[in-house]
Design a protein around this ligand. Structure first.
Ligand code: GLP
Length: 233
């Protein structure tokens, strides 16, 4: 793993903007995108930059089950609000959280991934080491999954909702196998609450108990960290 440590999120995000300019110059076509608090500064800086994704494809990792695309806490809404309104892609794919046929939606999303192999997958990380919504114990070769969120994840994500009862308990997520199929992976982590997960991701055994640790098996992974997230390395 290539590990880059920056003194703060602003500097780390500026580095990421440069990386993405280079990826575009090198011909990347399909961009795997993530949500959460971590990429917000990066998306803000991308929005202010001159990068152009208008003939590119984006594929998001996951969506809460039960939320419509227009729901202000949905990941559809997040992506529109944080990035797409500034930087549209030719096509953008996100799992449909309000589907009434989950099996068909998993199939559809696996088809999207088969049709559009991901050149670069952006990831955040949960405090329990989850990537996308692949919680500890997720199958290592999993494709798109219908997942139960752990209590730790529900609690961590309560800050985005009015109260804990509003946080969805299920989600549709690209699987670990789908993530590992990306040609390049960039994982971002900021803050001391991510330091344990980052330490286990880098130095721990490869185990689905810490889903991000499987990234050790990928040959092109960059970790972009602030000093707090890197403190235990
Ligand atoms: C969520 C998302 C993940 C994200 C993680 C960390 O549960 N499904 O994709 O990486 O939590 O979120 P944050 O960046 O807000 O800490």
């Amino acid at each position: 793993m290539d590990i880059k440590v920056f003194s703060n999120q602003v500097e780390a995000s500026a580095f990421l903007v440069d990386q993405y300019k280079q990826l575009l110059a090198d011909g990347a076509e399909v961009f795997g995108l993530a949500t959460g608090g971590t990429p917000e500064e990066f998306y803000k800086q991308l929005g202010e930059s001159d990068v152009d994704f208008s003939d590119k494809v984006s594929i998001n990792l996951d969506e809460y089950y039960g939320l419509t695309p227009g729901h202000p806490k949905s990941y559809h809404y997040y992506m529109e609000d944080k990035l797409f309104h500034n930087k549209p892609f030719a096509q953008s794919f996100i799992p449909k959280g309000d589907t009434d046929d989950v099996e068909a939606e998993l199939e559809r999303y696996n088809g999207v991934l088969a049709d559009h192999p991901i050149d670069v997958q952006l990831l955040g990380i949960g405090t329990n080491g989850h990537i996308g919504f692949n919680e500890p114990g997720s199958p290592i070769d999993g494709q798109t999954q219908f997942v139960d969120l752990t209590q730790a994840t529900i609690e961590a994500n309560t800050r985005f909702f009015e109260n804990i009862d509003d946080v969805p308990t299920k989600a549709i997520s690209m699987g670990l196998g789908s993530i590992m199929a990306a040609k390049k992976i960039i994982l971002i982590a900021f803050g001391d609450n991510k330091a344990d997960a980052i330490e286990k991701t880098v130095n721990g055994p490869v185990t689905t108990d810490v889903p991000a640790s499987i990234l050790q098996n990928h040959d092109d992974v960059t970790l972009v960290l602030d000093e707090a997230a890197a403190a235990k390395l």
